[in-house]
Design a protein around this ligand. Structure first.
Ligand code: AIR
Length: 219
């Protein structure tokens, strides 16, 4: 009995190391890592006239995809992009609508992992199904950002994003800009598990924030 248990646990260990090996074979770590990917090469390349966030040229490898239901969401979601830029995390910004371009939503979400993305940030307003549709087609973590809507101030977006049925999770952030910024910080926290340089940056960011509060004087 004891021998069998010992054998089982050694088999489990072997399997685990095989999984780790196969992962690193499939996804060799890019030596340029988190910095690899970003800075000016990242994020939204803006169409100078219409400010539509266009897809990045693939310089480096974007780790985060920021998708949003409409160009009208960009003003808010810019905060997510700018936050990732502060951490030098390469990312790609796209307009994809679960309703107006459903095939593109399926196509992009289904191929996201194979393209090297590690986190998806999905923002939409009103009947905000984008994050849920993405989560249904990938096992990557999907962070949903509910956009403020005219009719219901974003409550509709929040409920559409957060009320996922058991089995397909979406991590839902706050409505609007705070949610956009926090989605990026959450993405950095997730990436920090496998990109140690980011953990330090995140820690420094928290300390700076703390120092600012401590130094605040009311006049
Ligand atoms: N939307 C677009 N396709 C599906 C949804 N839910 C959302 C956008 C935007 C809102 O509809 O994410 O927040 C209004 O879009 P528009 O283009 O009319 O400004």
């Amino acid at each position: 009995m004891g021998k069998k248990l010992a054998q089982n646990s050694s088999n489990i260990k072997k399997t685990k190391s095989a999984i780790r090996r196969s992962k690193s074979e499939i996804r060799p770590r890019n030596p340029k890592s988190e910095v690899a990917r970003s800075g000016s090469s990242t994020s939204a390349i803006r169409n100078s006239q219409s400010e539509i966030p266009a897809p990045n040229p693939r310089i480096g490898e974007p780790l985060v995809a920021i998708v949003m239901g409409s160009q009208s969401d960009w003003e808010t979601m810019r905060s997510a992009s700018e936050t990732l830029e502060k951490f030098n995390v390469a990312h790609e910004c796209r307009v994809i609508s679960a309703h107006r371009s459903p095939a593109l939503a399926v196509e992009f979400s289904s191929s996201a992992e194979a393209k090297g993305f590690e986190v998806i940030i999905a923002a939409a307003g009103g009947a905000a199904h984008l994050a849920g549709v993405f989560a249904a087609h990938t096992t990557l973590p999907v962070l949903g950002v509910p956009m403020k809507s005219d009719a219901l101030k974003g409550l509709d977006s929040l409920l559409s994003t957060v009320q996922m049925p058991a089995g397909i999770p979406v991590a839902s952030l706050a409505i609007g800009k705070p949610g956009a910024t926090n989605a990026a910080l959450f993405a950095v926290a997730i990436l920090a598990n496998s990109h140690p340089g980011l953990r330090e940056k995140l820690w420094n960011f928290r300390q700076e924030q703390d120092q600012k509060i401590r130094a605040t004087e009311l006049t």
